[in-house]
Design a protein around this ligand. Structure first.
Ligand code: ADP
Length: 485
C-alpha cells in the first residue's frame, strides 16, 4: 500500500500562482508570436506580388520600347532579328513573351505555339487601348504583364505580353515560412524556460513569507521576514514584520502586566499573612487591646490597598476593552470640572492646598462623561497628592475651533524628564516608597491615558523636577455625533 502524504494547505500544482503566471505569460507570448508570424507572412507575400508585377510591367515596357525603336513591326525585313530578340529576352527573363499586332493577333511567341492566332487576353486588350497593366493570376500562379507599342505619331501598333511564373516566389516564401516556424518554436521554448524561471523568482519570496507567517502563527514571535528590494512583496513583508513586532511588544507587555499585578497583590497579601500569624502566635497569651487594634488596622489598610488595585485594574480593563464601546453623549466640560473640584476639595483642603478652576466659557464635546470625569479626577487627585502642603493646584479649560484643552497645573514635586515618558505605563511609580504612603497604585495615569486616547485626544506632561507639573489633555470638539472608539 502506498500512502501519499501531502500538505493540505499547498495548492495543487496547476492551481499554484507560479503555474498560473507561467501559463499567462506563455499564452500571451504564443498568441503574439502567431499573430506576428501571420501578419509578417501576409505582408511579405503581398510585397513580393506587387514587386513582381511592377518588375514585369517594367520589362514589358522595355521590350515594347526596343520593338518600337528598331521598327520591328513596320519593317518586315527585320522579322528574323525580331524573333531572335524575343527568344533571347524570353530566356533572359525565364518568361514567355508574346507580341501582338493591333488586332490582338500573335506576331511572335517565344513558345512558338500561338503564332498567327488571335488571342483575347484582358491585359492585352487593355494595352491595345493604351493602358499597360500587370496582374497576378493566383489560381495558376502566373503574372500577366502587357505593354502597348505605338509609333511616333501615337498610332497603336500592337502589344507585348510577358507571362511569368510566380512559383519561385511561392517557393521562397514557403522556405522563409518553415525557417520562421523553426525559429518561432525555438523562441517559444527559450521563452517558456525564461518565464518558468522568472515566475519562480517572483513566487519564491511569497513562499518564504508564508513560511514566516506559519512560524509566527505557531507562536514564534521572534520570526522576521527578510525584506529585500522594494516591491509589493517586500512591502507586505515589512507590514508583517511590523505587525509581528507589535504582537511581540503586546505579548511582553501582557506578561509584564501579569507579573506586576501578581507582585502588587502579593505584597499586601504577605503583610496580611505576617500580621495574622503574629496575632495567632500571640493569641495564646492575652494580646493587649492596643496591639490587637493596631494589627487589625494594618490588615484593613492592606485589604483597602488590594481593593484599590483591583478597582483600578477593573477600570483599566473597561477602558481598554474596545468592544465595550464608549457611552458618548453631550458633555459640558465646565460642569464636569466643577463636579470634580467639589469631590476633591476635601483632599486639597486637608493639605491646605488652594484649588482653583479657570473656565471662562463652557466647552461642549461628545464624550463618555463618567469615564472622562474619572480620567481627569486622576490628574487632579495626583496634583493634590504630589503637591506639598500650602501649594496651589489649578485646573484650566480652554478651546480653539477644533479642540478643547484641560490643563492641570500644580506647584508640587514635579517629574524628571527621564520619568516623564514612563509615568503613563501600568504600575509605574516614580518613588515606590513614597507611593505606598500616598496610596497610589501606579495605574491612575494609564487609565487616564487610555481614556483620552479612546476619545481621540492626547495627553502631554510638562514638568521639571522640584518645580511642579502641568498635564494638558486635548480633546476634539464635537464632529457630528459619530461614536469614537
Ligand atoms: P499613582 O496611583 O501612583 O499616582 P499614577 O499612574 O497616577 O499612579 O502616577 C504614576 C506616577 O507618576 C506616580 O507614582 C508619581 O510618581 C508620578 N506623578 C503623577 N502625577 C504627578 C504630579 N502631578 N506630580 C508629580 N508626580 C506625579
Amino acid at each position: 500500500m502506498v500512502i501519499i502524504y501531502s500538505d493540505p494547505e499547498k495548492p495543487r500544482w496547476y492551481r499554484s500562482l507560479r503555474w498560473k503566471l507561467f501559463f499567462l505569460y506563455f499564452i500571451i507570448s504564443l498568441v503574439s508570436l502567431i499573430l506576428f508570424s501571420l501578419t509578417m507572412g501576409m505582408v511579405l507575400k503581398s510585397y513580393f506580388e506587387v514587386r513582381n508585377e511592377k518588375d514585369m510591367l517594367y520589362q514589358a515596357n522595355k521590350i515594347a520600347g526596343t520593338i518600337r525603336a528598331n521598327g520591328y513591326l513596320t519593317d518586315p525585313g527585320l522579322e528574323a532579328k525580331f524573333l531572335n530578340d524575343i527568344d533571347e529576352k524570353s530566356t533572359e527573363l525565364s518568361s514567355r513573351i508574346l507580341v501582338f499586332d493591333k488586332n490582338a493577333k500573335v506576331l511572335a511567341d517565344s513558345n512558338s505555339s500561338e503564332t498567327g492566332k488571335t488571342m483575347l487576353i484582358p491585359e492585352v486588350a487593355d494595352a491595345l487601348e493604351g493602358r499597360s497593366s500587370a496582374n497576378l493570376r493566383r489560381h495558376i500562379g502566373k503574372i500577366y504583364a502587357a505593354a502597348y507599342i505605338d509609333n511616333d505619331s501615337g498610332d497603336m501598333l500592337g502589344a507585348v505580353l510577358i507571362v511569368t511564373g510566380f512559383d519561385e516566389v511561392y517557393e521562397l516564401l514557403s522556405t522563409i515560412s518553415s525557417d520562421w516556424l523553426l525559429l518561432t518554436i525555438l523562441i517559444i521554448i527559450v521563452m517558456a524556460v525564461i518565464v518558468y524561471v522568472t515566475s519562480g523568482h517572483i513566487i519564491k519570496p511569497l513562499s518564504l513569507l508564508v513560511q514566516t507567517i506559519r512560524k509566527i502563527t505557531d507562536g514564534d514571535l521572534h520570526q522576521r521576514f527578510e525584506v529585500k528590494g522594494s516591491n509589493e512583496i517586500s512591502i507586505l513583508g515589512d507590514a508583517v514584520n511590523n505587525m509581528t513586532a507589535k504582537l511581540e511588544d503586546e505579548d511582553s507587555a501582557r506578561s509584564e502586566f501579569v507579573s506586576n499585578v501578581s507582585h502588587e497583590l502579593k505584597t499586601p497579601l504577605s503583610s496580611i499573612k505576617v500580621l495574622s500569624e503574629t496575632l495567632l502566635l500571640t493569641a495564646a497569651e492575652s494580646v493587649p487591646a492596643e496591639m490587637l487594634k493596631e494589627f487589625l488596622q494594618d490588615i484593613i489598610s492592606e485589604i483597602d490597598r488590594m481593593t484599590n488595585i483591583i478597582n483600578d485594574l477593573l477600570a483599566l480593563v473597561k477602558v481598554d476593552n474596545r468592544e465595550s464601546g464608549l457611552n458618548l453623549g453631550e458633555t459640558h466640560l465646565r460642569k464636569m470640572l466643577i463636579g470634580i473640584m467639589k469631590t476633591l476639595y476635601p483632599l486639597s483642603n486637608a493639605k491646605d492646598i488652594e484649588l482653583i478652576l479657570e473656565a471662562e466659557k463652557d466647552v461642549v464635546i461628545d464624550a463618555d462623561e463618567t469615564k472622562l470625569s474619572f480620567a481627569i479626577s486622576n490628574l487632579v487627585d495626583n496634583a493634590i497628592k504630589y503637591t506639598p502642603e500650602g501649594g496651589v493646584v489649578k485646573v484650566a479649560l480652554e478651546a480653539d475651533h477644533q479642540n478643547a484643552y484641560i490643563s492641570v497645573i500644580d506647584t508640587g514635586v514635579g517629574i524628571s524628564e527621564d520619568e516623564q515618558s514612563k509615568i503613563f505605563n501600568r504600575f509605574y511609580r516614580v518613588d515606590k516608597t513614597r507611593d505606598r504612603e500616598t496610596g497610589g497604585t501606579g495605574l491612575g495615569l494609564s487609565i487616564t491615558h487610555s481614556t483620552v486616547r479612546r476619545h481621540n485626544g492626547s495627553i502631554k506632561v510638562i514638568s521639571r523636577e522640584g518645580s511642579g507639573a502641568t498635564f494638558i489633555v486635548r480633546l476634539p470638539l464635537r464632529t457630528g455625533g459619530e461614536e469614537t472608539v
